[in-house]
Write a protein that binds this ligand. Structure first.
Ligand code: FES
Length: 432
């Protein structure tokens, strides 16, 4: 499955680790969060090493639709309701800062960066959008309400954030990564304190930052309780529609739209990993109905970690592991989430105070209704008899006929037909 972003692009190559080494900061995971963290540490002159088990950007980072925005669905009314105006305002400032950092970096990088208005629309619930407008005015952000968007269906309305942006994620990241201290094909099999054990050498580090999409160390942080995963699907269509901006349904199972060149990127079909969902079929049916002359050029899927309360986990891995840090649970807003993580974590490992640390702390109170849903799914799948069991914590695996994979609904691990691990938190293949 080749994404649009992989096409005609020169990927930088890095050697694999072949000996024992020492460093101040070890970053595990070569997706966007890890690469940007390495970039900021290099800027600060901090000795670091980044290791990636395959090639950099080979996971979810390569499957993004690459929207750069601090409009994350209808997050601000939710934050106002659940955490109060101060934290809603902090979330906005943190993500706006991340957005502005992209805009600044992209000035010098050829990565198809374009300012575009971003819209969150609802097909049926105008009241939710009005509540979001109200929340935004209370935290001092001017947004625009509209009923007119160039989408091929009726909407109840849309909240627009002007001057957000889109870009080519791999052109950006390969340019950023090329001078960083990276080892590819270097799989961390085990952590002993802050020492990472790989197949051909140990890495002794003072501090460790885990940016492996789903934090892979089970014994700290209870991430298997407070994270779950979603899959979503994208088609890149020629001869479809120029939509002029970026559009996301406020409903998690809705559709998203943006253009890249003369292609329309149509996203949607989302579902909890390991459960049934619309997938590419839903998108193909929509395209056949609304864009009958369109031609499908690429299709791909992405996997996202979802937090319990809609706010990412960025900071100390757990209260019991003071020299370990992580970033996860970006809730499908991985571009700003990754930049924010990199800024925050590179400050934290250097002992610099950051005003956003408390809001994003992975050790915050996470007693939320989603916890019950996650607990129910885990219990149900642990008790379900099945031919294949997940090596992470033993849940039943379900065959995914669209992607020819074995998927786990407990925490979202996935395996190929022949048993190789595709998505963590499982840290190894299926037993033969
Ligand atoms: Fe945790 Fe499968 S991912 S049991």
């Amino acid at each position: 499955m080749e994404t649009l972003w992989d096409k005609n692009i020169q990927r930088p190559e890095f050697k694999s680790l072949q000996t024992d080494i020492k460093t101040d900061v070890l970053i595990i995971g070569g997706g966007i969060a890890g690469i940007l963290t390495a970039y900021f540490l290099q800027e600060k002159g901090v000795p670091y090493v980044l290791v990636e088990k395959e090639r950099i950007c080979s996971g979810t980072t390569g499957g993004t639709t690459a929207k750069l925005t601090f409009q994350h669905g209808l997050i601000y009314s939710r934050l106002l309701r659940e955490k109060g105006a101060e934290k809603a305002g902090l979330y906005l400032r943190a993500n706006r800062m991340a957005f502005e950092k992209y805009a600044a970096l992209c000035r010098d990088i050829d990565c198809d960066f374009q300012f575009r208005d971003n819209y969150v629309y609802s097909r049926s619930d105008r009241r939710k959008l009005e509540a979001e407008m109200d929340a935004l005015s209370r935290i001092g952000l001017k947004a625009r309400f509209t009923e007119n968007v160039p989408l091929p269906f009726e909407i109840a309305g849309a909240v627009c954030f002007p001057e957000q942006a889109q870009f080519h994620p791999l052109k950006f990241l390969y340019s950023i990564a090329k001078d960083l201290n990276i080892y590819e094909h270097t799989f961390v099999r085990e952590m002993i304190g802050t020492t990472a054990v790989t197949d051909h050498g140990k890495i002794h580090a003072d501090k460790v930052i885990v940016t492996t999409h789903f934090p892979f160390i089970n014994k700290h942080g209870s991430y298997f309780v407070k994270l779950y995963q979603h899959r979503s699907y994208v088609l890149a269509l020629a001869n479809a529609q120029e939509v002029g901006g970026m559009y996301v349904d406020e409903c998690r199972k809705g559709l998203s739209f943006r253009n890249y060149g003369d292609l329309l990127l149509l996203g949607g079909g989302a579902h909890r990993t390991g459960k049934n969902g619309g997938g590419w079929n839903e998108l193909r049916e929509f395209a056949a109905l609304h864009y009958p002359g369109a031609e499908e050029r690429y299709f791909w899927a992405a996997q996202d970690c979802m937090s319990i309360d809609g706010v990412p986990y960025i900071g100390r891995y757990s209260e019991n592991s003071p020299e370990m840090y992580t970033a996860s649970g970006f809730n499908k807003w991985g571009m700003t989430g990754a930049m924010l993580s990199a800024m925050l974590l590179s400050d934290m490992v250097c002992g610099v105070r950051n005003d956003h640390a408390e809001l994003f702390s992975p050790s915050r109170n996470f007693l939320k209704p989603q916890l019950l849903v996650n607990g129910f799914e885990a219990a149900k799948n642990l008790l379900t008899p099945s031919e294949k069991r997940c090596p992470h914590l033993g849940c039943a695996l379900k065959w995914n006929p669209a992607e020819h994979s074995w998927d786990c609904a407990c925490h979202g691990s996935r395996f190929s037909e022949s048993g190789e691990v595709l998505d963590n938190p499982a840290n190894g293949d299926l037993k033969k």
